[in-house]
Write a protein that binds this ligand. Structure first.
Ligand SMILES: Nc1ncnc2c1ncn2[C@@H]1O[C@H](COP(=O)(O)OP(=O)(O)OP(=O)(O)O)[C@@H](O)[C@H]1O
Ligand SMILES: [Mg+2]
Length: 168
């Protein structure tokens, strides 16, 4: 008797690495992502130490998507909401000071993830127990001066589509 083997679909996990020589390269990378179909419903997790450039990347991405004016860092508020010219929602999180998972429910953060829209999360490890799997993870590591080593990993089909946009 033969036993049918279960079909196992491996998780989508694809990584690309690149270097940003300076902040202009960060802006160019953000502009490349901004024109991709699917970006306005993606969840992007941003890893990297203090001052790596997570908020700077978000500012360039949101400006490229048409957000006008100052984009505040959500360090104190945990969530800074924005809206795009087409009316879609953007949620920019910074979980650096997030230490009480009850806040996830109380501040309505779960509801934000239940709605469509672009989500960007700095310090996602601080909320690892409650955050869903991101479509794309960006890890930004400072090198000398303004240079940054960037590794982008797709965890979903949507994220894999966004990765195609990035320089090989
Ligand atoms: N290649 C680069 N990419 C991004 N930012 C850069 C780059 N080179 C220099 N910078 C500068 O580095 C700083 C990054 O600060 P930013 O607030 O974006 O860091 P962060 O990762 O959000 O830190 P935090 O964890 O404190 O929120 C900014 O002043 C930015 O102008
Ligand atoms: Mg920041």
């Amino acid at each position: 008797m033969t036993t049918a083997l279960p079909i196992v679909h491996p998780p989508i996990l694809e990584t690309r690495a690149c270097t940003w020589a300076d902040e202009a390269a960060c802006a160019a990378f953000a502009q490349g992502l901004a024109v991709q179909a699917g970006i306005t419903r993606a969840f992007i997790a941003l890893h990297g130490p203090l001052g790596a450039g997570k908020t700077t990347f978000v500012r360039h991405l949101l400006h490229a998507l048409g957000v006008q004016g100052r984009i505040k860092s959500p360090t104190y508020a945990v969530l800074e909401p924005h809206s795009l010219p087409d009316g879609s929602e953007v949620a920019h999180f910074d979980f650096y000071r997030f230490n009480d998972p009850r806040e996830w429910e109380d501040a309505g953060l779960r509801d934000v993830f239940a709605r469509p829209g672009l989500k960007l999360a700095e310090w996602p490890d601080q909320a690892a127990g409650v955050l869903p799997t991101p479509d794309l993870r960006l890890a930004i590591e400072p090198l000398d001066g303004d240079a940054r080593q960037v590794s982008a990993t797709a965890h979903t089909a949507l994220g894999a589509g966004l990765l195609q946009a990035l320089p090989a």
